[in-house]
Ligand binder design. Structure first.
Ligand SMILES: [Zn+2]
Ligand SMILES: [Zn+2]
Length: 238
C-alpha cells in the first residue's frame, strides 16, 4: 500500500501536468552523457524504429524528450515511459528507484499510445470484446427507448443527451467496464471512458441511423461531448 495519503495521479495527469511542471529543463540533463534506464541509449540518440508503431523495416528513428520524473527526479525518455506502461501494465514505478509514479488505467494508456503513435498493446483481454458488445447493446436499448418518449425539439428528434446519460448510468450499475484496457480508477480515467462511450455511440448512430446526424438532438449530443472534453482538460490541468 502507498505510504502517502495522496492518491497517485492518473497516467494522463502525470504526463500532461506533473511531468510538464519542469518543462523548461527537459532535454537538459545535469549529466550530458546520461543514458535512458529503459532503452539504455544515450539520451540524445534517436530511439530505434523497432520500438515505434511503424514497421520494423522502416529506417526512421524517433527522438524523444528526455525528462526527470516526479517525485524522484530520475531521468528517462518520455516515449520509453509510455512504451513501458503499454507493454508492462503492472509496472507503474520509476525503473531506477521503483517509486510509484501513477495509477495504472488501461483507458489512459490507450489514450497516450494513440497520441504518441506507439504500437498499441495486444488487447488480448477477452473482457474487452464483451465490454464493447455490451456497450453497443446498451446504446441500442436506450436509443430505441428514447424514440418512444416525447421530444423537446422542434424537429422531434430524440434527446440523445438523455440516451448517453442512461447508457453511462447503466454501465455503472453493471459494474462495467471489466476489461483492463477500458478500466479506470481516477476522475480523468472516468471522464476518458465517458469520451470513449460518446465516440462509440456516435459511430453506432452514424452507421445505423444516419438520418439523425445534424438533428437538434444530435447537436445537443455534440455540445455535451465538447463539454466533456473540456472537463477532461480541467481534470488533467486543474
Ligand atoms: Zn529511452
Ligand atoms: Zn526514480
Amino acid at each position: 500500500p502507498p505510504s502517502s495519503a495522496q492518491p497517485l495521479p492518473s497516467l494522463l495527469r502525470y504526463t500532461d501536468h506533473d511531468l510538464m511542471a519542469n518543462a523548461h529543463i527537459h532535454n537538459q540533463p545535469p549529466n550530458p552523457h546520461a543514458t535512458c534506464p529503459i532503452c539504455m541509449l544515450s539520451w540524445y540518440r534517436p530511439i530505434p524504429s523497432t520500438t515505434n508503431m511503424t514497421s520494423q523495416s522502416s529506417a526512421t528513428a524517433t527522438r524523444s524528450t528526455f525528462l526527470p520524473l516526479t517525485p524522484c527526479g530520475h531521468w528517462l525518455h518520455y516515449r520509453c515511459l509510455i512504451q513501458q506502461t503499454t507493454h508492462q501494465p503492472a509496472k507503474t514505478t520509476c525503473p531506477t528507484c521503483h517509486t510509484p509514479l501513477y495509477a495504472h488505467e488501461g483507458i489512459t494508456v490507450l489514450t497516450l499510445t494513440t497520441r504518441t503513435r506507439l504500437a498499441p498493446p495486444g488487447l488480448t483481454d477477452p473482457n474487452l470484446h464483451t465490454d464493447l458488445s455490451t456497450i453497443d447493446a446498451i446504446v441500442s436499448h436506450h436509443f430505441f427507448h428514447q424514440l418512444n418518449l416525447p421530444s423537446p425539439f422542434a424537429d422531434r428528434s430524440p434527446q440523445l443527451v438523455h440516451v448517453y446519460h442512461r447508457v453511462m448510468n447503466d454501465l455503472a450499475a453493471r459494474r462495467l467496464p471489466q476489461s483492463v484496457w477500458l478500466g479506470f480508477s481516477t476522475e480523468v480515467g472516468y471522464l476518458l471512458f465517458g469520451v470513449f462511450v460518446g465516440v462509440r455511440m456516435e459511430r453506432w448512430l452514424g452507421e445505423g441511423h444516419g438520418g439523425i446526424v445534424g438533428t437538434e438532438g444530435w447537436c445537443g449530443f455534440e455540445v455535451g461531448r465538447a463539454w466533456l472534453r473540456v472537463r477532461v482538460l480541467g481534470a488533467v490541468h486543474g
